[in-house]
Design a binder for this molecule. Structure first.
Ligand SMILES: C[S@@+](CC[C@H](N)C(=O)[O-])C[C@H]1O[C@@H](n2cnc3c(N)ncnc32)[C@H](O)[C@@H]1O
Length: 243
């Protein structure tokens, strides 16, 4: 076992066996995490796996927003899955009857534009549909859409789907813009779209895509700790009251 894996393994054991000590070391003794054993269990699994790009606050936001969406109608989606780390958090919060659509090439980054920072085509290639499918095997309702997004979303069934919860983690300008163009019109009123890297200056395409897409629309992005941006679809699903 190399040093990084050993460190991850020991930290995961600490979270599992001594959660209050872990929270004390993090300065989080007053936080509601202390009573959220389900979240700490997923967090420990991700620490052990060592392959999820979300950090603790970002994991918690995904978890908390997905849990809040769990009693609402509509499908869920993630675009930008890589090895399934963030999808594992979403699955842990998901009712078994809710559909979760996962979009990724599962073979690495597609073409990268000059404004996309240091990314290279083929980054994140050390994954596969089979490995992510096996990682999420305990969760029902998960549908895989491998290949180039948004081409993989261009089916009659997906075009007709309405979403309550969407996680974007696509890193690139064109991919993020395509995510907004596909999901925004299909997001239910009050539905949540959260993106990783919105506040990360080394991933400039993500904020640029939001800025460009929202210029003519009423919604605004709330920047979250550490890098995420949160968009809530305006409108309401109640029929207008009779005059
Ligand atoms: C940072 S990784 C996702 C990390 C994952 N959400 C996690 O938390 O572990 C970004 C992923 O976006 C995918 N991606 C970017 N643009 C894409 C596109 N147009 N179509 C399909 N996949 C894309 C890449 O293949 C890569 O796996």
């Amino acid at each position: 076992m190399n040093l990084r894996r050993l460190r991850n393994h020991l930290l995961a054991r600490l979270i599992e066996r001594r959660p209050s000590l872990f929270l004390r070391l993090k300065g989080l003794t007053q936080h509601r995490l202390a009573t959220d054993a389900d979240f700490l269990r997923v967090h420990a699994r991700l620490v052990r796996a060592g392959d999820c790009v979300q950090r603790l606050p970002e994991r918690y936001h995904l978890w908390a927003l997905a849990r809040a969406a769990a009693d609402q109608p509509g499908a869920w989606a993630e675009a930008g899955v890589y090895r399934g780390g963030s999808a594992e958090i979403i699955c842990a919060a998901k009712p078994v009857t809710t559909a979760l659509h996962l979009f990724d090439t599962f073979g690495g980054m597609p073409a990268v534009a000059p404004g996309d920072g240091a990314f290279q085509p083929g980054d994140f290639a050390d994954t596969s549909v089979a490995s992510v499918r096996s990682r999420l095997a305990g969760s029902g309702g998960v549908e895989f859409h491998p290949g180039f997004f948004p081409d993989t979303a261009d089916t009659p069934a997906l075009r007709a789907t309405r979403f309550q919860f969407v996680h974007l983690d696509l890193d690139l300008y064109q991919s993020t813009l395509a995510g907004l163009e596909f999901f925004y019109p299909r997001l239910l009123p009050g539905g949540v779209l959260i993106s990783h890297d919105y506040g990360d200056a080394t991933v400039p395409g993500v904020k640029q895509a939001f800025d460009d897409f929202l210029r003519e629309r009423p919604e605004r992005v709330t920047p979250l700790w550490l890098t995420q941006g949160l968009l809530i679809k305006l409108g309401h699903s109640m029929p207008p009251t009779a005059q």
